[in-house]
Write a protein that binds this ligand. Structure first.
Ligand code: KG4
Ligand code: ZN
Length: 358
């Protein structure tokens, strides 16, 4: 089964063709990093316009690289949630147009869950039920997945996403955007015990995360109690590497503790990581060590599969299509995640959605 995966939820226009949910035949990503770098973050309007310009060439290249025409595909999967609404619309509209023109089955995919399913592309078997932590610039979400069709959101950030906190602290340290990789590198030269930043979490008893207080604590440490973001210089005598290492330790501490607590509560055996921040060296190290010590099998994706791509959308899309899940041409976009358990009912298999297959 060959599935085209389309991704446009944030600042990457991506398309890929994946065979049987595991073999990547092509994987094309048009990054908008340079467009957003001057602003220190993703500007939604700029992202939507760039997706519009990129989507057709990116999908065309994914098909060419795979050596296929549309007739060689068996289905189309597209990110329809969560993300920037204007960005999501571009990918979903492209996918629906292709489905209408070809009669191929179409399925909308949860981007956050797809990050966890990226692990299938490197030969790792996902053993359900599992707990997945997806950490990126836009999301920090903990899921219980009973199957590829059945997920419950156990917890999420109540304010900043982990990657957003990395990017904002990087900006305070003058490290540029995206800042996560730069903080990760600088932290290796620092003392992670130098500053005891607060270990913030969501409300007591929940599996939620909260990082805006940590980010503010870094700001005050660097520039004093009256500091405002974007104003003033860092205090003399502060070692940026120590701040990077101490901040990273506090953030990773919360991610590891809440995730393992979620895994214990849900009584799963496998803990799976995904998303851009899953490339972070200290997070990988601690999750592997502490997860194994607690008796879990920890799955860490190779760094190249951590960031946004179309292959992960095709991988999860394949599982959904195989189970008979289909969306029609009324498929809509959803900027936010739903808290309620989502169970996709596989309808009886039938050729869908519209038009005749060529
Ligand atoms: O998944 P992703 O490519 O895009 C989103 O969906 O957001 O994640 C990008 C985020 C950025 O915030 C970036 O700073 C962060 O992942 N990131 C890292 C590392 N590599 C990327 N954060 C910490 N350490 C890293 N090594
Ligand atoms: Zn992502």
């Amino acid at each position: 089964m060959r599935v085209l995966g389309i991704e446009s939820s944030c600042d990457e226009t991506a398309a890929a063709v994946v065979e049987d949910g595991a073999r990547v035949l092509s994987d094309v990503v048009a990054s908008q990093e340079d467009l957003h770098a001057p602003y220190g973050g993703v500007v939604p309007e700029v992202a939507g316009r760039a997706h519009e310009a990129n989507i057709v060439p990116v999908v065309g290249k994914a098909l060419r690289d795979a050596g296929l025409s549309l007739a060689g595909l068996d289905g189309i999967a597209v990110t329809n949630r969560p993300g920037l609404v204007g960005s999501l619309l571009v990918g979903v509209q492209a996918a629906k147009s292709l489905a209408l023109a070809t009669g191929l089955p179409l399925v909308g995919v949860n981007h956050v869950l797809a990050h966890a399913h990226a692990n299938m592309l490197c030969g790792t078997a996902l053993r359900f039920p599992l707990v997945a932590l997806v950490v990126s610039g836009g999301h920090t979400s903990l899921y219980l997945c009973r199957s590829p069709l059945e997920e419950t959101l156990l917890g999420a950030t109540v304010d900043d996403a982990a990657g957003e906190a990395f990017d904002k602290v990087a900006a305070l340290l003058g490290l540029g955007f995206p800042g996560g990789p730069a903080v990760d590198r600088l932290a290796r030269e620092g003392d992670r015990g130098a500053v005891r930043f607060p270990r913030t979490r969501g409300a007591k008893g929940t599996l939620d995360f909260s990082f805006s207080g940590l980010k503010t604590a870094v700001l005050y440490h660097l520039r004093g109690q009256d500091a405002r973001p974007g104003k003033g210089a860092n205090r003399a005598g502060v070692r940026p590497a120590d701040v990077a290492a101490s901040f990273q330790e506090a953030l990773v501490d919360a991610l590891v503790k809440v995730t393992l607590e979620g895994a214990r509560r849900a009584r799963v055996r496998q803990v799976v990581l995904g998303g851009g921040v899953a490339a972070n060296g200290r997070l990988r190290e601690r999750m592997a060590e502490e997860g194994a010590a607690a008796g879990f099998e920890v799955v860490l994706p190779p760094p190249r599969l951590c960031t946004d791509n179309g292959a992960m959308i095709a991988a999860l899309g394949t599982r959904l299509l195989e189970a008979g899940v289909r969306d029609g041409l009324d498929l809509d976009v959803h900027p936010r995640l739903l808290r309620n358990p989502t169970v996709k009912k596989a309808p009886p298999r039938r050729p869908a959605p519209a038009g005749g297959r060529r």
